[in-house]
Design a protein. Sequence first.
Length: 415
Amino acid sequence: MAKTSFSQMTRVFGRIGLMSFGGPAAQISLMHRELVDTAKWLTEKQFLGALSFCMLLPGPEAMQLATYCGWKLRGTPGGLLAGLLFVLPGAAIIFALAALYIGFGDVPLVQSAFLGIKAAVVAIIFQALLRLSGKVLTGRLEWIIALLSCASLYSGLLPFPAVIALAALVGLMRPNRSPESPQPTTHTPLSATLKTVLIWGTLWAAPVALLYALDAQFLIDIAVFFSKLAVVTFGGAYAVLAYMVQAVVQDHGWITTGEMMDALGLAETTPGPLILVTQFVATLAGHHQGGITLAIAAGLTALWCTFIPCFLWIFAGAPHVSRILGHPRLTGALHVISAAVTGVIINLSLWFTLSLIFGPLLTNHAIPLPDLTQFQPLTAALVALASALLLGLRLPLLLVLGVCALAGMVAATLL
């Protein structure tokens, strides 16, 4: 079979990058159609093996799947091309949306539109929770792990990385249900893998070291936080959000819960990985700290520390995919981690819903509680509307966001 040209890859992966709305499931389906069904560059078995590998990794599985597919076609240059084309269109749009949000977010009518978008965000998280729980919570252990995960995070008993680490440990210790089956492998020298890790690890660390040299403390905090996020966030963008809410809102105080929900709503309207919400959050936090220049620097720092690790995981692990997928204990650990992530998303949906409908939660108790005297019926009605449209009628996501934004503006005008 003739080698796929870079011009062909640019056209196909560029189209994927511009059309990849709707979250990981829709993006993975789009890639399958383009790469397996239409272009026939990969077989069904190769694509599913790649997807299984990417789901074992921290970070955005759809972006990593695009990178792996590019690597499979044309090695490291192909992986870079595919990964960048998947991320950069959405990143450019996120910067534009952040600028509009900073410039016009305080206009009353715009705030009313964002109230509707926040309501839609709650419904979006409910939808993600229902989809994941149906696949993952298949037994008593999985339910226990999910509920303990939610309780630990909501009460503040354990931080997100500790929850994921404990879930991985339980999964590794769990007895194998099926014997290990050998997989055909190709030998890749350890020296080659170490070289890859060194190159990409250096690329990851170099800007962070420069920030330390410049004593740019806020950007150092951004770089360290989003680098940590890149290592521990198994389970996709909604797991990332749960950790981000706890850290950027409660611990660092960089943005508010409302701004966090606006960030997610806007990120849902752009192509590319939903994890681009990290760029929006960092840009907004940078603007709060020091204006537009710091906002751009913070957004670029978050982008670098979010996505450079993705290239590291793929390029270091891709030559070993067959061997990695041949270990049931690893897939078992992933299953238990997925149960914990379900609990993480339960915590996220609970926090967002209560904060939106009742305002800031009361934290002078053992666990955060809603202030029942601050109940907001309009917001509750918008959440119900969004849930009915997305979960009941199953309308397209972008349409639901638009309808809810319009409903928020109409309600503000009439009331």
